[in-house]
Write a protein that binds this ligand. Sequence first.
Ligand code: NAD
Ligand code: MG
Length: 401
Amino acid sequence: MKKLAILGSTGSIGNSTLSICESFPDRYQVVSLAAGSNIAAAFAQCQRWRPKVISIATEQLAAELSSRLFDAGITGIEVVSGTAGSIHVATLPEVNFVVSAIVGVAGLEATYAAVCAGKTIGLANKECLVAAGELIIAAAKKHNVALLPIDSEHNAVHQAMRGGTPAEVKQIWLTASGGPFRNTPAADFESITPAQALKHPTWVMGQRITIDSATMMNKGFEVIEACRLFDLPPAQVRVTIHPQSTVHSLVEFVDGSILAQISVTDMRLPILYALAYPERVPVEGKIDLTFDLATLSQLDFAPPDLDRFPCLRLAYEAAATGGTACIALNAADEIAVASFLAGNIPFLGIPRTIEKVLELTQTRHPASIQEVLEADAHARECAQSVIANHIGSPVQFAKSK
Ligand code: NAD
Ligand code: MG
């Protein structure tokens, strides 16, 4: 029986993980949960799953949740809050598997603490590998912890890697759907609205990752994530545009063989793979993850366009520099995406903000999570001030370079 802590339980990945627990109650037991500020969803999860501990973003929300639980006659659930709360959730002695699915750097400390506590990790939170990959990988080696990727591309690579040794890998290919603007002419990018950018053609996900997919920053983060997880330099992590999102990624070996992983576009599959590893769990009669081979009749692959999608270029540059460049890339993106969603900057304001912040960032290689968080906070301030200088004049912002 695997005993789970689910960080980010009320999100898209969190809910998919719980649906697996629902389908395989004999294999997976929910021990603890951590969520942000969706009290209604957190309450419903407490009712259904009766976790030992639940953490919620703030103390005030924790008090609210406690009183709702009390009113409903639900006892025996410890309600905690904030970063300390999610660390507590992730490091409980009875937990042996942590699903890391908080969005952004908010999930970093709990994920790192779980690694240091020797828990096996199912990793969805790519931003923590972008910001602190060097430290997390070193800690995982030190504590002999498996980091099992849930991100579908890395999960595919993890599966295909089982076909050879690391030394036999020539390069890996991460597939990208190309997002909603794959065929949009460059001239139209300036006027892309949040509503347009929130419509992903093949996946339904949280807001930030959906916008990151539209700018292709998501793929950029995934390049960095792959460098860290598979110990490869950026030049050996390639991106190919594959609009069908059927081949989830490929590993090319030194003898010319390419192994691809193919399956339905359903995140429950990579989550289940990570939860079950090194086994494979039969899903028949439990979840329908059948892949229709007829959909393979057309598979397209094309190189990405780094001119229309400068975020991908910026990510490759940050990957080569490492350290604070990757931290700034993620922090500036998070701020810029929020500003874009709030209507304060245009779509192309996202890469422009990030490029400016990267220019202003001094390269360093933080030696602790505390230093990562300081660099992260600094990059956020920097992004805020880059944006503040342009708020009210989005046109001018759009033109500035
Ligand atoms: P989401 O926005 O749907 O969910 C995010 C979760 O994090 C929610 O439970 C939210 O309450 C929680 N959260 C936010 N701030 C928090 C805080 N300060 N403290 C505690 N909890 C907090 O996002 P998602 O789509 O589920 O993505 C989660 C992570 O998985 C992201 O890093 C994303 O890049 C990655 N990922 C998602 C998908 C996908 O298909 N959704 C695929 C690959 C990778
Ligand atoms: Mg992905």
